[in-house]
Design a protein around this ligand. Sequence first.
Ligand code: FEO
Length: 394
Amino acid sequence: MNPREISSGVYWVGAIDWDRRLFDALIPLPDGTSYNSYLVKGADKTALIDTVDPTMEVVLVNHLNQLEVKNLDYVVANHAEQDHSGTLPRILEKYPQAKVVCTPRCKGMLIDLLLIPEERFITVEDRETISLGDKTLEFIHAPWVHWPETMLTYLREDKILFPCDFFGSNLATTDVYVTDRGQVYEAAKRYYAEIMMPFRTTIQKNLEKIKDCAIDIIAPSHGPMYSEPGFILEAYHSWAFDEPKNIVVLPYISMHDSTRKMVEYLVGALAKRGVTVKQFDLTVTDIGKLAMSLVDAATIVIGTSTVLAGAHPNVVYAAFLANALRPNLKFASIIGSYGWGGKTVEQLAGMMPNLKVELLEPVLSKGFPEETDFKALDNLADTIAQKHKEQGFV
Ligand code: FEO
């Protein structure tokens, strides 16, 4: 891709990573991603907003050469994570007079992570501005989207918000702006679930903080830009503020089909009672999809076989992730089977202290489930349906 002018004197100069399939050696990227960097040319000064992943350094440098950028005054670092900051050393080498503009906390992190010399920084406080002549950059501190040092940059005259990861989506596309809302909604929700959901209460505060900003364009650092910002602002508002829905998420592992039989029975029993269920076999599950399903679910039921007196390791992993992601769940339960004993319930319940959930009566079957086990699953389905109704989730 070549640089793209998105407003007078404002250019997309980022990189599209079609082939990347994993971020942080953890997060699946089924549709690749992009690292969006933006150049803002004012009458007097020029600023680059965020850089790109170091693997794409040459792409950013080529874009700046194509635009014949001889002098760069500022490189705004909204966020210290290396997919946006990793090319800073190269840019600072190419433009020796350029200063890195960031929050005080970000400065410390960039010195630690990238060994950038202290004299290359200008730190900015919340709502401080820098003039480029006819254009003004305003810096809005927004900690914990999703690291502690983060800020957003607002280009006042053009009404463009550069929020870095906030509102982003891991999507490789040649579309500068959103064209397929369904596709972007899915990718942005996945991104929210994986990256932002653990910080839901600070996300709420940051959404409140920008609600009076007049915004014509949101230009995130991953995925396409939003020329109709209401689309993503409303989606984020819903994910961060809304009560959960009448949904059960059911991740499970079954080694010899006893647990699978119980899972299938419970799914049917819940569906019969009008509860939506999202079932995930953890041997094949895309954990991003599992994370996304937790955004608006009211209940998680974990299904597991018993291995070495506890839950299956894949289930332990899923429970760890669910706890770390801090979804707005209200209820939890555990179902599964065992051969001769174990501490599965105590183990899994103890792994999810971040989830402020009511633990509903678990159902564990000794061997293959029998009539009494199916009756207990019916009771669990009754309880879940009733609890959802009482809470107004239906
Ligand atoms: Fe896209 Fe937190 O980095």
